[in-house]
Structure formats: C-alpha cells, structure tokens
Design a protein around this ligand. Structure first.
Ligand code: NAP
Length: 295
C-alpha cells in the first residue's frame, strides 16, 4: 500500500503555465494594438554553461508566449566601456520593450555599473535602484523576478501569510533582501513578521525552527535539514545547484538549498528543486516584459 505524502507541492511549472496562458493572451492584445509583439532581449557575456542554459530558457519561454526575443552574445573579453555602450544602445532601441544582462559578469566588469546603466523603464529584471526603491515604497515598477515569482506562487496556492513568521536565509540584492521586503508588505502575500538571516546569524537552526514560512536562498546545496524545520512549515527552496551524477544522461542532477527528502515530510507546502521557483522566475520576467509594453 502506497502512503500519500502529507505535504503539498508549490508547483512552479503548473502555476507558471497558468500565468503564461494569460501572458500569451496579453501578447496577442499588444500585437493587435501596436502591430508588433512584446520584445525582450537577453545579453549574455562569455560562454559560461549555466548562464547560457538560463538565458536560452528565457528566450524559449518568450517564443512560447508569442513574444519576440533577441539573444545578444558578447565575447568574454568585451571591455566594461563597450558593454556600457551596448546597454545605452539597447536603452534607446524603440523596437525593444525590455532587456536583461545575465549575471554573473566576468570579473573585469563592474556589474553594479551595468545595472545602473539600464534604463529603469526597460529593467525587466527589476534590479535598478529606481525599481528597488519603487518596490520598497509600494509604487508601480518592476519587481525583481525571483522574489516576485515566489510571491505569485504563494498567491496561486492561496498560502496564508498574514501574521506568520517568515525567515529568509540569504540577503542578496536579487533574492533575499527583496524577498524580505515583499513578505513584510501590507499586502497579500505579505503581512509576515520577517527575519532576514545571513552568514553572521547566530544559531540559525533555532531561528529556522521558529519559521512558519522558510525561504532558503543561501546558495549551499542541501543546507537546510529536517532538524531545522518545524512541523507544518511552508518551505520555499530557491537555491539551485548542479551535482555531478554519472547515472544521468546529462551527467548531473539539480538540487536546492533544502534537503528535500528530510524536509518535505515535515512541511504543509514545499517548493521543490527543480520545478518550484525556477519556472516562476522566468514567468515573472515575462510578466515584467508585458508590463513594459503597457505602461
Ligand atoms: P548570494 O548572492 O551568494 O547570497 C547568498 C546569501 O546567503 C548571502 O547573503 C550570505 O550571507 C548568505 N549565506 C551564505 N552562507 C550562509 C550560511 N551558512 N548561513 C546563513 N546565510 C548564509 O546568492 P543569491 O544570488 O541570492 O542566490 C542564492 C541561491 O539561489 C543560489 O543557489 C542561486 O543559484 C539561487 N537562485 C535561483 C534562482 C531561481 O530562479 N531558481 C534565481 C536566483 C538565484 P552574507 O551576506 O553574510 O555573505
């Protein structure tokens, strides 16, 4: 007799597909009004395998919802000035609604300078300080794709958040910090009491055991164990890591920051890796691009 799992999955693929069906309708409307489809460009510097995979997935997702997409591949050796010049050209391109510069960039390029150079109205990754400021103030703008995807995932599955204690592990500018801001907003999903943990946090397991909602975005494979999670918690695994696995055709398998087999049985809801946050990040990028056409 098979035993049914006690937890429910926050299925980013299923939620993303539902949202993408609406985005495809929105793309058709844009096309009929303006005579051209929403257009997203992705800039990839160098030939890092993982970055290329991410960018190609974004380009493919654009095509699937009827957007136009352009992949701009630049050499690893491009100078910072040349990349900034390229960004300025994209800012001015009237045929383009939004663009992203895939991170990380090579060491000789200052990623902050590049982010600052992107016109806020085309910054569909939501990394520009103007968009971050708008998020903090609750003003319209582009939300960073990964945290906004997590919010949409929680909304899709009607996960209760008001009054809950949410612990976010990781304070990066693109995931942890904006996630903590969104979960503490006076909105749904939100209205949580938020604790933002990082590498200097003392006794992290004691803290995570207090979490009703635990969002793991620290970038350490299978770091969060069963002993760190309380019964009935909602766990969102943001981390993504390729682990060598000779038994797979690809030669690797994907794991998150959470030890799924130990943690899932304690959860009420869990966003797994793969199939949780990843597809939602791309969906948010598409949502932002559609928004860029209509504001
Ligand atoms: P990051 O910039 O490396 O930031 C990691 C954060 O985790 C830092 O704030 C760091 O603290 C904290 N940290 C590291 N070790 C810790 C520990 N032992 N205990 C507590 N905190 C610790 O990473 P990121 O860009 O936010 O990405 C995090 C993970 O999410 C990565 O695996 C990345 O690949 C993944 N990711 C996935 C998606 C997706 O779409 N699925 C999107 C973006 C990122 P300090 O600040 O003190 O150093």
């Amino acid at each position: 007799m098979s035993v049914l799992p006690t937890y429910q999955v926050l299925d980013g693929k299923r939620c993303g597909d539902a949202l993408r069906a609406d985005i495809a309708k929105g793309a058709l409307e844009v096309r009929s009004k303006r005579g051209r489809a929403p257009h997203l460009a992705a800039v990839l510097v160098g030939s890092d395998g993982a970055s290329r995979t991410y960018v190609e997935a974004k380009v493919k997702a654009c095509e699937e919802v009827g957007f136009r997409s352009s992949l701009i591949v630049l050499p690893e050796t491009i100078t910072e000035d040349d990349l900034l010049h390229r960004v300025k050209q994209l800012n001015k391109d009237k045929e383009l609604d939004g663009f992203i510069v895939q991170l990380p960039l090579p060491d000789h390029i200052d990623a902050d300078k590049v982010t600052l150079a992107i016109a806020p109205e085309k910054d569909v990754d939501g990394f520009h300080p103007e968009n971050i400021g708008r998020m903090v103030l609750g003003l319209p703008g582009f939300l960073p794709a990964t945290p906004s995807g997590i919010v949409e995932l929680l909304r899709h599955y009607h996960v209760e958040t008001a009054g809950k204690h949410c612990v976010v592990i990781g304070r990066s500018h693109i995931v942890g910090t904006p996630m903590s801001i969104l979960m503490s907003r006076n909105a749904y999903p939100g209205n949580c009491t938020v604790t933002l943990a990082h590498s200097r946090t003392m006794d992290l397991p004691a803290l995570t055991r207090e979490a009703d909602i635990l969002i793991a975005a620290l970038g350490k494979p299978e770091f969060v164990t069963g002993a760190m999670v309380r019964e009935g918690a909602v766990v969102v695994d943001v981390g993504i890591h390729r682990i060598a696995d000779a038994s797979r055709k690809s030669g690797f398998r994907l794991v998150g920051d959470v030890k799924f087999d130990e943690v899932a049985p304690k959860c009420s809801w869990i966003a797994p890796v793969p199939g949780g946050v990843g597809p939602m990040t791309i969906t948010s990028l598409l949502l932002n691009t559609l928004k860029a056409c209509t504001h």
